[in-house]
Design a protein around this ligand. Structure first.
Ligand SMILES: *Cc1c(COP(=O)(O)O)cnc(C)c1O
Length: 213
């Protein structure tokens, strides 16, 4: 199946009002181009270096919107600010402050989500659930940031539904708009639980290839 065919199949299951982010990590720039030609506009990457090379190769696609969905080191923030539509995984105040500083310097606001470590997994990034209100408060006080909502990656094992539902409850309590949740294996469940953004990679592009962009 081609990228366009897979994309059409995924799209068929996504209701209006839910944004599909095609996660193109470990896929060549040509695959992004193919999806773009089929009408896809939002793309996600999770390594700064890989994203920069790909963004350069695809700079002619002016209406393409990049989402940074991966964990982020503060020293890489400077590359992203002004170039991505949404930063999905802000999980600590230090990172929020750096994005805010760089954005304010440019006179812009960067849209961000707070990543929540919904299951409290030691191996995972994301803000612990009980730290979320405080982080949200800190972000709301910073000029240069536009806090849009919450994001999570539930544990690989087990039923993701309770985690999606918990994230939705947190989002509602905080009065935020967006819920970024659901990947190839579970995006239909995430949509049932109220996702407004789904991040789908392999279901659109096939298996990831260890390749240069
Ligand atoms: C890789 C990745 C995805 C997409 O995963 P698939 O299983 O290929 O759909 C979604 N979100 C994040 C944060 C990722 O790193």
């Amino acid at each position: 199946m081609t990228v366009a065919e897979r994309l059409a199949r995924v799209r068929a299951g996504i209701p209006p009002g839910v944004t599909l982010v095609a996660v193109s990590k470990a896929q060549p720039a040509e695959a992004v181009r193919e999806a773009h030609a089929a009408g896809q506009r939002h793309f996600g990457e999770n390594y700064v270096q890989e994203w920069r090379a790909k963004a350069e190769a695809l700079a002619d696609l002016a209406d393409l919107v990049w989402h940074f969905v991966g964990g982020l080191q503060t020293n890489k923030v400077k590359y992203l600010v002004g170039k991505v539509g949404l930063v999905h995984a802000v999980d600590r105040e230090e990172l929020a402050r750096e994005i805010a500083k760089r954005s304010a310097q440019r006179g812009i606001e960067t849209r961000v989500l707070v990543e929540v470590n919904v299951a409290g997994e030691a191996s995972k990034s994301g803000c612990a659930p009980d730290g979320v209100p405080r982080l949200v408060e800190a972000i709301r006080a910073l000029p240069g940031l536009d806090l849009r909502g919450l994001m999570c990656i539930p544990p690989v094992e087990g039923d993701p539904r309770p985690h999606f539902a918990a994230l939705r409850g947190m989002r509602d309590a905080l009065g935020l708009a967006e819920l970024s949740m659901g990947m190839s294996a579970d995006y239909p469940v995430a949509i049932e639980e109220g996702a407004t953004i789904v991040r789908v990679g392999t279901a659109i592009f096939g298996e990831r290839r260890p390749t240069a962009p």
